[in-house]
Design a protein around this ligand. Structure first.
Ligand SMILES: Nc1ncnc2c1ncn2[C@@H]1O[C@H](COP(=O)(O)OP(=O)(O)OP(=O)(O)O)[C@@H](O)[C@H]1O
Ligand SMILES: [Mg+2]
Length: 291
């Protein structure tokens, strides 16, 4: 082969590789992370977002928790003031025709076009993860006809149709919010628990809801595991229910997480057993998401 053609071939190959890396999954998939308060939802969501990004995926991380923790877990500086969409009254009015609290007598657009939402209100982390801070979609699930619900509902619908990226949604504690409005279009749920009776009761309830919502794969992540005894105890507590999860992943207790919490960025620079375990979850999500 002439030298010039060989070079061209090499460049073509390299370009092809970059292209494949940038879009390993054209369709993309959506994962919702749920569980009891303090179980580790935000820590795991942030880490998974970073691991998927490192694998070359486009990642959209969605924070549904009105407490707004996910941005800071992803490394957004703590002094950054963030207004969730649910409290962005100007945008709500622009899109639905009404401000929260003034629906009476106003024509409300129930299906607003929100395709500009990521461009206008999405944040970008320093490692290139897209981040959308929604605020609670709890009210949206109640079906109340208020402008903020119409907007959040429309944003959830819009998110459920986006392609070519992995969407990871961190949610607020508990199960009350885990309804149709939240879970539409999500193909996998990761329920995170601690190896305790109380935490597992929430996980069990979430599993039931996840099934009712028709989410095809529901995984259990058992966090803060300090010894094999913890997993044994969890197995005893869970009994037969354990087999109803698609997978069960232990996540070790790791002091390193607490060093810079809530920020998880430093964990990728050290050898962390928690990161290794999260990598396994990522690989499984990937396999099922692409399958
Ligand atoms: N495997 C672990 N080892 C040690 N500490 C952990 C581990 N996982 C999470 N943590 C710590 O536990 C606390 C709660 O974690 P996190 O905020 O991720 O939970 P959460 O489920 O999102 O909580 P919330 O319900 O309040 O949103 C944090 O201080 C976090 O750093
Ligand atoms: Mg959280």
């Amino acid at each position: 082969m002439p030298k010039k053609d060989a070079r061209r071939e090499k460049i073509f190959e390299a370009a092809q590789k970059i292209k494949e890396r940038a879009h390993p999954d054209e369709k993309g998939f959506r994962v919702v992370i749920t569980g009891k308060g303090g179980a580790g939802k935000t820590t795991l969501t942030a880490l998974l977002a970073k691991l998927f990004k490192l694998d070359g995926y486009e990642v959209l991380a969605v924070d549904e928790d009105p407490q707004i923790n996910l941005p800071y877990a992803l490394g957004v500086p703590p002094e950054t003031d963030i207004v969730p969409l649910s409290r962005n009254f100007d945008y709500i009015e622009e899109k639905t025709g009404a401000r929260p609290g003034e629906t009476w007598g106003v024509m409300l657009s129930l299906n607003p076009d929100v395709k500009d939402v990521i461009d206008r209100f999405g944040m970008k982390t320093e490692d290139g993860i897209n981040l959308l801070v929604m605020g609670s979609v709890v009210q949206a699930a109640t079906g109340c006809l208020c402008p903020e619900n119409a907007l959040l509902d429309a944003v959830m619908r819009f998110i459920s149709l986006r392609e070519g990226e992995v969407i990871l949604m961190d949610t607020q504690a508990g199960v009350e919010h885990f309804g149709r409005a939240l879970a539409q279009g999500f193909s996998q749920a990761v329920i995170i628990t601690e190896p305790t009776f109380n935490a597992f009761q929430v996980a069990k309830h979430s599993l039931k809801l996840s099934k009712e919502l028709g989410i095809p794969h529901t995984h259990l992540a058992v966090n803060k595991v300090r010894s094999p005894n913890d997993m044994e105890r969890l197995k005893r507590i869970a009994g037969d229910t354990l087999s109803e999860f698609t997978n069960v992943f232990p996540l070790p207790y790791d002091e390193e997480i607490l060093k810079y919490e809530p920020n998880v960025s430093h964990l990728l620079k050290i050898s962390s057993p928690f990161v290794e375990a999260a990598r396994e979850i990522k690989e499984t999500l990937k396999k099922l998401g692409e399958g």
